[in-house]
Design a binder for this molecule. Structure first.
Ligand SMILES: Nc1ncnc2c1ncn2[C@@H]1O[C@H](COP(=O)(O)OP(=O)(O)OP(=O)(O)O)[C@@H](O)[C@H]1O
Ligand SMILES: [Mg+2]
Length: 241
């Protein structure tokens, strides 16, 4: 069963006189798959992730269907975008998607516990000990009552991962979640992250630079190719996953 089904999705952006174009002729991701997006800086990884997270509205859409659970039919995201149904998109995102940012994006005025619990709280989910259990799995339970500023970068990334998973989304999207860490810490946290999503049966898409490690963890790499026109005024990345 497909969680994502995209056809002819295009995103065009202008930056300093150079046009960047991301084209996705066809992309299919099955529920439960583990996907990696590997590529050089500027090739469009964050752009694609933001489109998949429904944060960014593509410039052109042939088809964009999202089916976060087996029990319900696919959601027509292209139609929701066309109708500018932002409440619907917001609800869908809040319930179904977890997002781990490169630098964590934790709220400094909340404790670790409240940061992890944020997504659950927004959805009115009960306090059932799952935040504590998750923190334990992530090795950060002793920090639950602290504020993020007292934690190391690696510990903060663990909190960010916890926050993205706590409400049991269908998919978690992670944009270089370990980029600010040293290579050893990065691999340790990445392995833990992948182990957790497998255990929780959550589909995952991760942008990373460390293909060797990502391959070891058993992720499927989305193929893409970047090219430039002769005048150097258009850069295009074509995704062929
Ligand atoms: N908000 C924006 N407005 C206009 N152009 C943008 C914007 N964000 C990114 N771009 C351009 O889109 C292209 C792709 O950027 P993107 O951030 O998706 O790349 P990336 O692969 O995530 O790079 P990195 O590895 O550095 O994070 C770049 O050429 C960039 O200049
Ligand atoms: Mg990026």
């Amino acid at each position: 069963m497909l969680i994502y089904h995209l056809r002819d999705v295009v995103m065009t952006r202008m930056a300093e006189g150079v046009e960047f174009r991301l084209t996705v002729p066809s992309l299919q991701i099955s529920l439960g798959e583990k996907i990696a997006l590997i590529g050089h800086s500027g090739c469009g990884k964050s752009t694609l992730l933001d489109i998949l997270a429904m944060i960014l509205r593509p410039t052109g859409v042939g088809a964009f269907r999202f089916r976060p659970e087996k029990e319900s039919p696919p959601v027509d995201v292209a139609k929701a975008w066309a109708q500018r149904d932002l409440n619907f998109m917001g609800d869908l995102r809040k319930h179904r998607i977890g997002y781990v940012m490169q630098t964590g994006g934790l709220l400094p005025y909340l404790t670790v516990r409240d940061n992890i619990n944020l997504s659950r709280q927004l959805l009115g989910m009960p306090e059932d000990g799952s935040v504590e259990a998750l923190a334990k799995n992530l090795g950060i339970e002793r920090h639950l009552d602290k504020h993020p500023e007292l934690l190391s970068t690696g510990e903060r990334q663990r909190v960010a991962i916890g926050r993205a998973l706590a409400h049991h989304p269908s998919i978690v999207i992670a944009d270089e979640p370990t980029a600010s860490l040293d290579p050893i810490a990065a691999r340790k946290i990445m392995a833990l992250f992948v182990e957790l999503v497998e255990e929780m049966q959550i589909t995952v898409i991760i942008a990373s630079h460390d293909w060797d490690h990502i391959k070891q963890l058993g992720l499927r790499r989305l193929a893409h190719r970047t090219s430039q026109n002769r005048a150097g005024t258009v850069t295009e990345t074509k995704v062929t996953g």
